[in-house]
Design a protein around this ligand. Sequence first.
Ligand code: FAD
Ligand code: NAI
Length: 478
Amino acid sequence: MSQQFDVVVIGGGPGGYVAAIRASQLGFKTACIDATSNAEGKQSLGGTCLNVGCIPSKALLQSSENFHNAQHGFADHGIQVGTVKMDVAQMLKRKEEIIAKNTGGIAFLFRKNKVTPFHGTGSFKARNGDKWVLEAKLADGKTETIEATHVIVATGSSVRQLPGTTIDNKLVLDNEGALAIPEVPKRLGVVGAGVIGLEMGSVWKRLGSDVTVLEALPAFLGAADEQVAREALKFMTKETGLTIHTGVKISEIKTGKKDVKVTYAVGEGEATTATFDKLIVAIGRVPNTAGLGADAVGLKLSDRGQVEVDDDCRTNLPNVWAIGDVVRGPMLAHKASEEGVAVAERIAGQHPHVDFGVIPWVIYTNPEIAWVGKTEQQLKAEGVEYKKGQFLFSANGRALALGEAKGFVKMLADKKTDRILGVHIVGPFASELIAEAVVAMEFSASSEDIARIVHAHPSLSEALHEAALGCDGRTLHS
Ligand code: FAD
Ligand code: NAI
């Protein structure tokens, strides 16, 4: 006998679990099939984000920053701490506890919202009238047949493999391995100066590793505003101490018993071989569609292996939707969640809207990097006339009091209408400050609107206020 549901979500990451909760709130009988297990073999909801992504990486970033500050930041405040030692096992234990709290929280939310979880792998089998027939291969070895009117595919993504090597999570690591290195490696190689490479590289550098980041593209952080990328590169190399090579071509990777040898050339330069105790591969991620049974029902995938969807996350099949990392667009947890909410509401006949032009990006390095909207180089390429206001954190009282006075806020506004087109921040708590810019842009605010709003003093948000004033050439403190 098959179990019957209105909505079944395949994948319990920030896209899938949020979609399931919202569907249930809207009165649908909802189930969520998710394959991820914890170390005890129990279901661990929350997907990549909660288990091996956003949350654990931020836990390690915080621990390593605390260690760094104890070593290098406290003395300035007059705090003498003597010898500071890092207990990596405790740091990893804390990270695991944070994961457990978060994933347990999702299990609680499922119970509260009456979402039925299935612990296993879900796949399409057939169409039966107006129902989709799915199979869940459960972690306990059993198989469950499930029928659903609507199916939401939210299977997420996995690391892109680097040709010429195999990830074993002992010497060559993906995000999972990079978040669980048991002791600080002396020499750490990172392939890819993207978001994961920079965040994980920063963690282990602060803990004492000699970190070399190898990036294929000639530009550093190509998606970010060029001025922000330049500033970030300066701090990450000079202050954090990362060695970052761009324009790298790797010709050979040899994995030995205890180390990995990587032969690479920078630009047109001669090839050189570096030996690393661990090598992190972070060259982007690929959508998870293997084993989903896409072929069995004719679910259309793109050339890049993503589930093809329209702007509303509809696939080519009736009542089959797809969201998050498995579809087009940025691979971000908040983008996945908002798509999940929107799909559940569309199933309920509502007309929600996700504004893809106003999705914030944050990179949690030191300094933090955050942006929303268009970069200067995009506006130039599009021939849009814009004005710009900029304010340095070195002229912000709160930043100086925090001892975090590096970086700046830059606001870009349409030259004629004054509508804010983009905000770019490199500096302290950029991750939090960007929220004001997102709200402003969502409400089509002008730089004048932000300039007229009272901002608390002393606060970092005054830097955004000043950048807005700067669009009209009237910053007050620079
Ligand atoms: P996922 O979170 O990948 O979840 C998919 C789930 O589906 C997984 O549990 C998987 O096991 C399960 N699954 C797959 N196939 C099946 C199947 N056939 N049957 C059942 N279950 C299946 N984003 C941010 O916004 N901020 C950050 O700070 C951030 N940090 C990150 C750090 C790292 C190291 C990594 C790797 C990623 C980070 N991301 C971050 C990206 C973020 O994790 C993803 O964008 C987000 O998790 C995507 O959500 P999702 O629901 O689409 O997929
Ligand atoms: P990424 O796309 O951010 O960066 C990958 C980098 O690897 C690129 O710069 C690319 O040019 C480079 N690269 C590709 N092939 C290479 C090769 N052969 N040799 C050397 N360099 C190569 O991907 P990443 O870092 O793996 O992260 C995946 C996604 O996860 C991100 O795009 C982001 O969406 C998400 N994420 C978000 C975070 C956040 O929001 N703070 C944190 C971590 C991940």
